[in-house]
Every structure is written in C-alpha cells, then in structure tokens.
Design a protein around this ligand. Structure first.
Ligand SMILES: [Fe+2]
Ligand SMILES: [Fe+2]
Length: 257
C-alpha cells in the first residue's frame, strides 16, 4: 500500500495492544512527562518562542484525536494519536533543532519503562519524529493528523505578554480567531483563520507558514482528504491547489534513498 492510499479499514494493526493499554490520562498523570513539558516551555520562552506548554500540547492532543476519530479510525488509534499529540514537543527541552527525533527518543525510553507494547510505541515515536517540516514527512495516519493539529495552532493567545514582537509574534497576534473542521462527507480538512490585516499582512503569514501549509496538504492527502486554508473568507489553499509530492525535508535527498 502506498503512503497516500486511503486505509481500507482505517485500522492500524497494533500487535499486543491489549497487553498494557496506556491511555492519555495515564500520560497526563505521569510526573516525568509533566516535568518535561514544563521544562520545554521554559526553555522555549527563554528563546522568545510562542507558548509550547500545556495549552499547546493539550490542543494538539485533542485535535489529533478529533481528526482521526472524525475520519473513522478505531478507538485505540485515536488514543495513540492523542498521546502522540500530547508528547510531540518534548524534544524542545534539549534543543529546538531536531526536536522531533530528540523527543521521539525521550518518549521511547519512558513508554518502554511504562510497559507500552513496542508496536504502539513505534506508532507514537515515528509520528513525533516526523512532525516538523524541517526533516519530517507525514508517513502514517497518526503522524498526518498530528502535523495538521500542530500547524493549526496559530493564534494571538500563543504570543503571551511580550512587547517586542518578531514576525512570528506579529503573525500569531494578527490571528484573532481560528478553527479546524474535518468533514468526512466531502473529505476535507479546513483551517479557517480570522486575520487582522492592520497588524500585519497575510503575506507575512505565508512567509513563515508556507512550508507548514504544504506539509498539511501532504498530511491531508495521506488521510484521503483535501486540505483547505481559508483566511478572512478567502480560500487560499484548496481543491484546485497543487499538492507537492511526498518528499523528505530540503537537503535530505530523495525518498527511499
Ligand atoms: Fe514541534
Ligand atoms: Fe507543537
């Protein structure tokens, strides 16, 4: 089956999944993960990044599960998606660069210690390792849902109380409302933004989000859907857009090599 093929039964064959059914609630109550998420947010706020704490990871967890559930994936896949979403940014605790693979390694160790079946861990860690456009490629449904959930979290509430704002802050601050809607009837995933153009231009949004939106297109395609981006009522990415083919990140060579 090609990576863009729609799964026949929308069920991931996760061997041994009944042995230790770790849930999102278990992960949220885990003191190690609590500390790592707090440290991640502290490190990134030191560097001036937008909010990456509990609010962000809870949003991504919820939206990853929402995408998978609405598209008909089974309950366990949805649960694993919610866990991947909750843990996806932990690698930032060490460094922003390559935080996907770094975080996947941290999560792998802790989930092994907790006794999660290896097949389930792999679904989660592959998704985490591939969630950033820098080196990531959406290669499975959980990863694809996670990518869209993560990239859809742009909003003025992420900026915090900083006064000296760079382009990321200005763009996030200009987004006064956002919503992500999955429509399983017409197989679309729509990100709607209300953008205050008195704060900055929509081109500024694309200056920093273009590659992320391309990754969302790839992710939606893997899920058998079309990704739509609607800003101030105008469809800027949609049915007629060209979807770039599945590719590794820039400079990483061709897929399969
Ligand atoms: Fe990230
Ligand atoms: Fe994130």
């Amino acid at each position: 089956m090609g990576v863009y093929d729609r799964p026949a039964k929308r069920r991931l064959k996760v061997a041994g999944g009944r042995r230790n059914m770790i849930t999102l609630k278990d992960i949220q109550a885990n003191p190690t993960f609590q500390i790592l998420i707090r440290r991640t947010n502290e490190y990134l706020s030191q560097l001036g990044y937008t909010e990456h704490g509990l609010r962000h990871v809870t949003y991504v967890s919820t939206m990853t599960a929402y995408i998978l559930e609405t598209l008909g994936y089974d309950e366990r896949t949805v649960e694993l998606g919610s866990i991947a979403g909750y843990l996806h940014d932990i690698g930032n605790m060490h460094n922003r660069k390559y935080h996907g693979p770094t975080g996947a390694n941290i999560v792998y160790v802790e989930l092994r210690r907790l006794g999660m079946p290896l097949e389930e861990i792999c679904e989660i860690t592959t998704s985490i390792a591939n969630h950033e456009e820098e080196i990531g490629v959406p290669v499975n449904p959980i990863c694809a849902a996670l990518v869209i959930a993560d990239k859809s979290d742009a909003h003025r509430t992420r900026v915090g109380r900083k006064t000296c704002r760079d382009i990321h802050d200005r763009v996030n601050h200009a987004i006064t409302d956002s919503s992500l809607v999955v429509n399983s009837d017409n197989s679309t995933i729509t990100l709607k933004l209300a953008f205050d153009t008195t704060e900055c231009q929509i081109m500024d949004y694309f200056a920093i989000y273009l590659t992320r939106m391309e990754m969302c297109q790839q992710a939606a395609t893997l899920l058998g859907c079309t990704f739509r981006l609607v800003i101030n009522g105008l469809e800027l990415i949609g049915e007629s857009s060209t979807v770039t083919t599945l590719r590794p990140a820039a400079g990483e060579g061709l897929a399969g090599q």
